[in-house]
Ligand binder design. Structure first.
Ligand SMILES: [Zn+2]
Length: 102
């Protein structure tokens, strides 16, 4: 693919992800399965979508998710990548964040 084709392709993927997230909240894994791109790439696209959402008066939100070991709630997380461990109990058994665009 040429640079230009890659850009167009990325835009198409982002539009696809954006409409998935308007429809309902989803995890990166669900987005990955629905679009056929890797989860790692989903996070990159999410940051782009978040930026263009602002221009459209929308907001891409990371919904609160919990630590499955102690129940600590990650609220209003700014980053789209999952947390690696719990700040309270230091364990890594965490719920996956879900995203929503509105
Ligand atoms: Zn915890």
């Amino acid at each position: 693919m040429t640079k230009k084709q890659e850009e167009t392709y990325s835009q198409t993927i982002r539009q696809q992800i954006a409409s998935l997230l308007v429809e309902k909240t989803r995890t990166a894994r669900e987005i990955s399965q629905a679009t056929g791109i890797r989860q790692k790439e989903v996070y990159d696209h999410l940051s782009h979508i978040a930026r263009s959402a602002i221009a459209q008066g929308k907001k891409l939100r990371v919904l609160p998710f919990r630590c499955l070991s102690c129940g600590f709630v990650f609220e209003e997380r700014k980053r789209f990548t999952p947390a690696s461990r719990c700040p309270r109990c230091k364990k890594t058994h965490l719920e996956f964040p879900t995203y929503h665009l509105s």
